[in-house]
Every structure is written in structure tokens, then in C-alpha cells.
Design a protein around this ligand. Structure first.
Ligand code: DGJ
Length: 736
């Protein structure tokens, strides 16, 4: 029996034990359901009246029979008792807090009450269990099944709900959150993010005050442009990398989201997360099911570092497409050519790709459309035939030429969108999201196609399918999404208020079909920079584009923040001409994730080219540590003059340490040693510098031997300064 299956059989016994206890204690009618992961317990309980509550969420107890004694949180209003910890708070009856669900019944009544009926636990694997709990309204034939999927080792919980009814006519769901998390502490500290194009993931930390703080998006597509749904809540004080209790959360949904954090007068915090119900009442027919997306969360008691490592491990193993697989280094032509290219120019870039030594050439925007050629961002989107004057021999000849150069070929598409100046728009204006009686309003000169319409889904699928059918050796897709939804209206939808929800469902249907036919082809999730990334989308994508801002100095901060939630293997970083930093700095920064280039290789001075070629070889030797290793953020660029990040291989025999100078004032640099983490104290290590620019020498002595103990307690100075702005170090175990 593995240790984790032992834990599960213990868990199974625990369930039995609790019921036995429930039967003999003074709390005889209670049903207590502890959901345990490696470090935590989420304890659910049905009380005497079958109200269903979360009575505890925190570190798990040594003696699980004690969960039954967790206090229930009430608010007494006269002779009226209001439950503050409902697991799925309904509205219109006794609950006065922010609800998870609000409905209008078939008869027009707006009240809902939900009582516990039954539950079951399904063991999916040694590490994964799913608890489902049936809740019903005693008056109306209306039910919610709550799901709690636990990933034991990673302490991750995914929570969602399936709503249905058997009333005589349709019911309107006014609000339909995925779930609620209840927290109890002296104070709560929120880390949230905001941004815009080229300014993604700007963090802000604040103390949560009484009332409701909402994180939300109403943009439809490109939903994260101004704010993502991911957040952190620290208990009692802001968590550091290694200390403090912190909840990481986010919604697995690529459209409008809403996360409410309600701090009540008794200092309980409720986090209610789900699809944004903004302009989206959803009509539910009898017997139809509405399944919410999953609210994902993870509680760590050892700070943000542990939370990230667990999130990354979970993502690689269970969510991100091919999370433990391979990735392709690439040369992209976007910033090298923009829309200005032809076959000959691309042939030259294919040669460059080979010379550089990356795996793949990625052809970006501008390769398609004939009546309205895609020579800029004002025309052609939607017309996915190769542009005959730029590519007289089609994509096929590029794929062939790539093969001649022994590199792979990938292509950019933006299949959800249309320029008004396109044949697609002329032919199918009814496929476009726009108000019939209002002036059109554009975002990057384009409009969004109506993915709620099955015909449009077929069209989008066919854009991708045709590319693969015609070019079976096509090896990579960059899927872009540059516009938000204005003038929300679908010509084919009966209920206009379904548009935002059904759009995302339509998108997932297309992606399902693509993955059924092309299960593993790498695809990059891009959205005019980093306007769309979440763990529902990443089930279909192997990587995402964090931002169009590739200035390496800016990028350090952007990548640092994304690294809290997404693993390095999913984070595409390209070396470009943005910023004022030397090439080595740009390459070193891009190497901390999935490496790519977007530069004119044949214009590079000889030494620069040599440096890039060697860096790619170094990257290939280190990529498994960067992609699959444990990440330790050692020096925070927001607080120090350097940023340092360490990736440690799981057997602790090898690690890679990235160091960057982020402040340029006199004397800035790594004045003190950086204390390493995650190594084996008893192992002996040597440290060597890699990615040296041709003709330069390292100041690091590669022969010196250090114990892991020394490196973690005394530390190591990477010697970052104005003359050595970025330093990449390889730490390897020395055989005894
Ligand atoms: C926005 C993306 O973020 C860029 O990388 C590039 O692909 C352009 N779109 C192309 O239009």
C-alpha cells in the first residue's frame, strides 16, 4: 500500500468514525464530513435542521474525531438565528449575507432555502477524491449538488456546483457562484492584481475591511485585461515567502468572473467565487443542469513559496495540457517583421531558426486574407486563406522549407475574431456579436464572433482543422484573442442574457473538439498580451503569453507575479528588442520560463549570435530543472536591488539560480549573499556560471565545494553588479 493510499483508507475510516460518533454524542443529529488533504481539513456539517455549513477550514487535527466539536457560527437577531457559514448560501429566505445563489422560481417567487439530503465520496485515485453533497429546497423542487474535489498531496481543492430543478416551468438563476470559502482570523490581507495591455499582473496588497470587496471582469473575452481572478488572502498578517497562512484562489473560467470577499460584523470572511452574473440571468429549464466552473483554492501554512510550489505541482500533473511533457523553443517573426513579409523573407527566417538552434519557427499575424489583405490590423481577420501575394505557394511550402532546415513550423491564428473589413463579415454579419440597432464599436478594429452559435463553433474548429489537414506536419499554434465584447448581442440566441456564459461554453466546445482530434499539439494561449489565462483554458493549452511587454526589466516583475500561480513550463518568454538592456540580460530573463526569440537573427553581430546559440544549448541542458523543478523566489525585485529565483530538481541534485539587477543606482547589486532554499543540507555542491557572454569571464570559482547547509544558512553571493547585470548559476551535487 502506498503512503497516500494508506492515508485514504485512514480517511475512509475517519468518515465512518464520525458517523459513529455522531450517533452517540449529544450532537446526535449532526452529520459531520471532514474533507482532508495533506495539511488541511475542510469540515462540512449538516445541523439538526439540516442546514449545511462549513464549520472549519484550516490545519488538520491530529485527532479527527474532534472535528465534530467545531463551533458553528451564528448571528442572533432577536429570536432569529442566521447561519453565517452556509456552504452554499441561498437568498430570499433566512440568509442575509452575500449569496452564492439567487433564483426566481417558475411561479415568480424569489426565495430559496437549501437543506442537506445526502452525500457520497468517490475515490478517483490514490491522490484524488470527490465529495458530492445533495442540497434541496424543502418547498420548491430545486436542488444543488455541491462538489469538492481534493488533491491530497498538493492541498488543492476544486469546488463547483450543479444546479437543477423539476418545477413546472423555467427557473431564472440570477446568481450561480461556484462555491464559498469561509475563513476565520484576526485580520485578512488581500493580494490582488490589476493591469492593462503591457502592464499585466500589477500586485496590490491591502487589509480587507468590513463589507464586500469585489474582483471582477465584465469584458467577456480577453477577460483578464484589467484584472485576473487569481488572488491571495493571508490570515492575520501578510504572508512572506516562507511564513504565514495564505489562501491562493482563482476561478477556472475564461470569461466574466466575480469574486466577492465579504467581511461580516463578527469578522468572518467569506469568499464567494463564480461566473459574473452581470447582465447574465440564466434561464434553466426543468431537469436541465447548470454546472458552474470550478473555484480553485489552496491553503498553505508556510507562506507563498509553498503555496506556489504546490500549485505548480498540481498544475503540471493534473491541469496544464502535457504539463510534464516537452516544450519547443522557437523563433517568432512578429517583432522582426510585423505584417511586412513574403515567402522569400520567411525562407530566410527559417534558415535563421536553424542557425539559432531553436526547435520551431512561428509565423505570426499577417499571412492570410486576399480580398482585404491582412497587411495591418484593420482588415482581413476572419479570412483564413493564405494571402496569395505574400505566400503564392501557401503554408505548405513554408512547412516544407522548415523541414528542409530541420526545424518545425507553427502558425498564429485569432479564430474568434473578425475585422468588419473582411469577406467573413460580408458573408456572415449574423455571426458577429453586435447590437442590431446600434453603431458598431471596435476594439483593435475588430469584433468578436458569436461562439454561442453552433455554426460559428464549426467555423472556428474548421480554421484549425483545415490547417492541420492541409499541413499535417504543422507543429504549433499560437491562439490570439485581441478584443473584448462590446454591444453584447447574439443574432442566434433566444435568451440574450445567456451570451456571456454560452460564449465561453462555445469556446470550450471548440477546444474540446480540437483536442479530441489533436491531443498534444502545443498551443500558446495569447490574448493581446496576457489578457486571458486561467486553469480552465490551460487544460487545452500547453503554455500562455504573459504580456506583450518583453522589456526584460519590466518582464522580471510580470513573470515574478505570474510565477505565484503558473509554473515556468507554461510561461512563454521571448527575447525581443524591447527595453535598453543588453542581449545577455534579455536572454537570461526569458530563460526563467519557456524560452523563445522574436529578433532579427541575421542582423545579430557575430558575438551576439554565438551567445544566443550557446544560451539555447545551455537552456536545453537545464530546461527539465526549470520546467519541472521546485521554484524558490529568493530576492524580491520589489524590495531589493536584485531579483533571484531558484529552481531545484526534485532529487535536489541540481538547481538553477537566476539573478538580475533591477536597480541602476550607484553601488546597487548583490551586496549580501543570497540564502538558497530547497537544497539537501547534507549534499555537497559546486556552483558554476553559465550563459557567459563570449569573451567575458566568470567571477565565480567553479571548483569551490559548499554543503547544502552552508548555501542555505550562509548563502552565496552571485556577484550581481552594474558590470554583471544578470548572472545564471548552475548548482550541481558533487559525487562523494
Ligand atoms: C497580440 C499578441 O500579443 C502579439 O504577440 C502578436 O501576436 C499580435 N497580437 C499579432 O497581431
Amino acid at each position: 500500500m502506498t503512503s497516500s493510499s494508506k492515508k485514504h483508507s485512514v480517511l475512509a475510516r475517519l468518515f465512518f468514525f464520525c458517523f459513529a460518533l455522531a450517533g452517540t454524542s449529544s450532537r446526535a443529529q449532526l452529520v459531520t464530513i471532514p474533507v482532508e488533504t495533506h495539511s488541511n481539513a475542510l469540515v462540512l456539517q449538516a445541523d439538526e435542521k439540516k442546514n449545511f455549513n462549513i464549520v472549519y477550514f484550516g490545519e488538520k487535527l491530529q485527532n479527527s474525531s474532534e472535528y465534530i466539536n467545531a463551533p458553528r457560527v451564528y448571528r442572533q437577531t432577536g429570536d432569529y438565528t442566521d447561519l453565517l457559514h452556509a456552504s452554499y448560501a441561498p437568498s430570499g429566505s433566512r440568509n442575509l449575507t452575500e449569496p452564492a445563489i439567487t433564483v426566481i422560481h417558475a411561479d415568480g417567487n424569489t426565495s430559496l432555502d437549501l437543506r442537506y439530503i445526502s452525500h457520497k465520496v468517490e475515490k478517483v485515485s490514490d491522490n484524488i477524491s470527490v465529495l458530492s453533497v445533495v442540497l434541496k429546497d424543502p418547498v420548491y423542487d430545486f436542488q444543488v449538488v455541491q462538489y469538492f474535489k481534493t488533491y491530497f498531496a498538493e492541498d488543492v481543492i476544486e469546488q463547483w456546483s450543479v444546479i437543477s430543478h423539476q418545477e413546472k416551468k423555467d427557473v431564472t438563476l440570477q446568481k450561480y457562484a461556484s462555491g464559498i470559502v469561509h475563513m476565520t482570523a484576526g485580520s485578512y490581507w488581500l493580494t490582488q492584481y490589476h493591469g492593462d495591455w503591457a502592464k499585466e499582473m500589477q500586485p496590490e496588497v491591502s487589509k480587507i475591511t468590513h463589507g464586500i470587496k469585489t474582483l471582477d471582469s465584465k469584458l467577456g473575452t480577453r477577460a483578464n485585461l484589467f484584472q485576473p481572478s487569481v488572488f491571495m488572502v493571508s490570515l492575520d498578517k501578510p504572508a512572506t515567502e516562507d511564513e504565514g497562512t495564505v489562501l491562493y484562489g482563482g476561478l477556472e473560467w475564461s470569461g466574466n468572473f466575480r469574486v466577492d470577499m465579504e467581511l461580516d460584523p463578527q469578522d468572518n470572511l467569506r469568499i464567494i467565487a463564480g461566473i459574473n452574473n452581470f447582465a447574465s440571468p440564466y434561464i434553466l429549464k426543468p431537469k436541465e443542469e447548470f454546472r458552474t466552473p470550478a473555484f480553485l483554492y489552496l491553503l498553505s501554512h508556510h507562506g507563498k513559496g509553498e503555496a506556489s510550489r504546490k500549485m505548480h505541482a498540481w498544475a503540471r500533473k493534473y491541469k496544464l495540457l502535457d504539463g510534464e511533457g516537452n516544450r519547443l523553443t522557437l523563433l517568432n517573426n512578429w517583432e522582426a517583421t510585423y505584417f511586412d513579409f513574403n515567402e522569400q523573407k520567411l525562407f530566410k527566417l527559417l534558415k535563421d531558426t536553424k542557425e539559432l538552434g531553436v526547435d520551431l519557427f512561428l509565423l505570426d499575424d499577417g499571412w492570410f486574407a486576399n480580398k482585404y489583405p491582412r497587411n495591418g490590423d484593420t482588415a482581413g481577420l476572419g479570412d483564413w486563406d493564405e494571402n496569395k501575394s505574400k505566400l503564392p505557394n501557401g503554408i505548405a511550402s513554408l512547412v516544407k522549407e522548415a523541414k528542409n532546415n530541420q526545424v518545425k513550423f507553427g502558425i498564429w491564428i485569432e479564430p474568434e475574431m473578425v475585422n468588419p473589413k473582411s469577406e467573413l463579415y460580408e458573408k456572415h454579419p449574423e455571426w458577429v456579436i453586435k447590437q442590431p440597432q446600434r453603431e458598431e464599436h471596435y476594439f483593435r478594429n475588430q469584433l468578436v464572433l458569436d461562439l454561442t452559435n453552433a455554426a460559428v463553433q464549426d467555423f472556428v474548429f474548421k480554421v484549425v482543422d483545415d490547417l492541420f489537414v492541409k499541413n499535417p506536419e504543422l507543429a504549433y499554434i499560437k491562439w490570439d484573442c485581441n478584443a473584448v465584447i462590446f454591444n453584447a448581442y447574439s443574432a442566434s440566441l433566444k435568451n440574450q442574457t445567456h451570451l456571456y456564459v454560452d460564449y465561453v461554453r462555445g469556446l470550450y466546445k471548440v477546444l474540446e473538439r480540437i483536442r479530441a482530434k489533436y491531443p498534444k499539439v502545443p498551443m500558446m494561449l495569447c490574448s493581446g498580451g496576457g489578457g486571458r489565462v486561467d486553469y480552465a483554458a490551460l487544460q487545452y493549452f500547453t503554455e500562455f503569453w504573459p504580456s506583450d511587454n518583453t522589456d526584460p526589466l519590466e518582464r522580471i516583475y510580470i513573470q515574478w507575479e505570474y510565477s505565484h500561480f503558473y509554473p515556468a513550463i507554461a510561461t512563454s518568454n521571448h527575447v525581443t528588442e524591447w527595453g535598453k538592456q543588453p542581449l545577455k540580460f534579455r536572454v537570461d530573463v526569458a530563460m526563467m520560463g519557456k524560452l523563445g526569440f522574436d529578433i532579427v537573427v541575421h542582423d545579430l553581430p557575430e558575438k551576439d549570435l554565438k551567445f544566443c546559440q550557446e544560451a539555447i544549448q545551455n537552456y536545453n541542458a537545464l530546461k527539465s530543472v526549470i520546467w519541472q523543478g521546485d521554484l524558490y523566489r529568493l530576492a524580491d525585485p520589489k524590495e531589493q536591488s536584485i531579483a533571484s529565483l531558484l529552481y531545484v530538481q526534485s532529487d535536489k541534485r541540481k538547481a538553477v539560480l537566476f539573478n538580475y539587477l533591477v536597480k541602476n543606482r550607484y553601488g546597487e547589486g548583490s551586496i549580501l549573499p543570497v540564502k538558497l532554499k530547497g537544497l539537501d543540507a547534507t549534499k555537497r555542491y559546486k556552483i558554476r556560471e553559465t550563459n557567459l557572454y563570449p569573451g567575458t569571464q566568470s567571477s565565480i570559482n567553479p571548483e569551490q565545494i559548499y554543503s547544502g547547509d552552508f548555501l542555505m544558512k550562509v548563502g552565496f553571493n552571485p556577484d550581481v553588479n552594474n558590470g554583471r547585470k544578470s548572472v545564471v548559476l548552475v548548482i550541481e551535487e558533487v559525487a562523494r
